[in-house]
Design a protein around this ligand. Sequence first.
Ligand code: DAH
Length: 335
Amino acid sequence: MEKELEILVEELEKELQNCQKEADLLNVKSSFIGKKSKISQILGSLKEMSVEDKRKYGSIINNTKKKMEEMITNYAENLENQNEVVFDDSVIYDTQIGSLHPVTIVAKEVTECMKKMGFTVVSGPEMETEYYNFEALNIPKDHPARDMQDTYYLDNGMLLRTQTSGNQIHAMEKYGAPLKVCSPGRVFRNEDLDANHENTFFQVEGMVIDKDISIENLLYTMKQILTEVMKCEVNLRLRPGFFPFTEPSYEIDMECTICKGNGCPTCKNSGWIEIVPGGMVHPNVLKAGGINPEEYNGFAFGLGLTRLAMMKYKISDIRILNGGDIRYLKQFNIK
Ligand code: DAH
């Protein structure tokens, strides 16, 4: 047994050396200390051991798991430091290199802020199955919520994802609980285009699963993110909403940063702007992700990045963002 444990630690050491980025590390973490890992199986086998063996091996096994967890945490810190970008001042850049797209800027600000709060950035496919886009999110066939998201169905039986929420399920299946992930991405809806509607836009999904999570945690997280993006103190309020994948569901409004709540054309004189829907993850969604709702709970939200970019940069027509007119985008002049 001791030998077997030693080999596990050695193998982990080797695999860690090969991790270049956060995603590699998450995979190593899941295969070495996750639910289906060797060490978890060995721990599980303790139950069947005699009292004498339990006494003999219990602490060795537990200490080995602890050690492996520590190795992974230490490596994660290491990786973070290594990945810090060092700029080389000696290179003189051409001033005509262009600028970042407003949605890219906002997406970066949101994910950077979330990373600082301990979220891991994950991604998922744009071409998705009905199961991940709808069913696993508690939206069965014939549910009215499907009509609200006009879907592009593909000839191969799949669809273009209408929301990033399906990545909640991918993440739960892959990493289990506890979980703290965000997932920015492009989504598609069969909409007629006008100043407020596009068929292609961007969202970021956020999800936290742990024990004793409350809506307060969601509000705090949103406040941090929006403060970072809007570069000013933001006030939020909750209104009841409805989404099949959260219960209870909310609409979170942000006090209008332009008129400071006094009322202006941007907030249609209400002083508030609907900014992000979210809520407590529905038990059926946890179950679909393989997580026991009796043991864990969590919050989720889906922040509209395109909308946020429009608000931040006061862009009144959404079509400009996908229009590809470089003269317009250059006005932002942000590198
Ligand atoms: N996916 C929803 C949409 O696109 C937004 C959303 C609502 C995401 C509530 C969530 C949530 O995670 O909890 O309309």
